[in-house]
Write a protein that binds this ligand. Sequence first.
Ligand SMILES: NC(=O)c1ccc[n+]([C@@H]2O[C@H](COP(=O)([O-])OP(=O)(O)OC[C@H]3O[C@@H](n4cnc5c(N)ncnc54)[C@H](O)[C@@H]3O)[C@@H](O)[C@H]2O)c1
Length: 253
Amino acid sequence: MEEGIFQDRVALVTGAGSGIGRATAELLSRQGASIACADINPEGLDQTVSNIQNAGGSAISIECNVADSEAVDAMIQTCIDEFGKLNILANVAGVLAIEHTHLTDNAVWDRVLGINLNGTFYSSRAAIPHLLKSKESAIVNVASLAGLMGQAYCAAYCSSKAAVVNLTRVMAVEYLKRGLRVNCVCPGAVSTPLIQNFAPPENADLELIKRLSLGTKSAEPQEVAEAISYLASPSARSINGVALPLDHGVHAA
Ligand SMILES: NC(=O)c1ccc[n+]([C@@H]2O[C@H](COP(=O)([O-])OP(=O)(O)OC[C@H]3O[C@@H](n4cnc5c(N)ncnc54)[C@H](O)[C@@H]3O)[C@@H](O)[C@H]2O)c1
């Protein structure tokens, strides 16, 4: 993708303190955007913002728990106060929980749905009035391959990501005529702390987990960042409401 494609654009990236969010914030910055980096983890945020600034880009850091709607409203307002506008929202923040469905307690269910689904909704809801002020704007959500299929031991995660896929479609239909496109990416395994900390639950049937890969390697966060950048860019102007698998064909199989 062309350098400078996002010149004069402002992007807000949640989950920017690590993994896919950091790679996305850094890529959009190299492509010319000013970046509002949001995350619950201040150390991770500091690292991302210094990486961007050291490379000559413009970035601010906003500490925010996306599961808290008031904090999310304040996050969007901080971005507007600092940069005066918002053109791109990348909803990347997310958490994974692994457990047998019948052992998944309310706290785990509520945490995963609260961050992955509510966080995506709260951020989009607060951002949309600002996104609609620009002629061409985009939301890119990070769902997951887990949102397109049933994966054992991931009830809360799969449910949250499937809901993100359909929330994406709803917003895509609702706002297209007003200049806002909404898409999501559905990665399989990506080499980030989220997957590196993956451990099957006790007494898991490992055969059920193996079917999630076609024997391929995990993707790098940069590959997901490139897909997010493309979907947010004018080159994707006719692409709206898609859930793009980045999974080496596992979903197809
Ligand atoms: N890594 C994978 O294999 C994979 C596959 C498919 C989808 N995803 C999705 O990609 C997204 C990014 O994950 P990653 O792999 O980069 O993991 P990661 O753990 O490296 O990054 C997730 C980031 O989200 C932040 N975060 C967590 N809870 C938050 C909250 N309440 N408010 C704000 N920020 C919060 C974390 O601090 C972290 O910086 C997630 O939505 C995840 O579900 C990851």
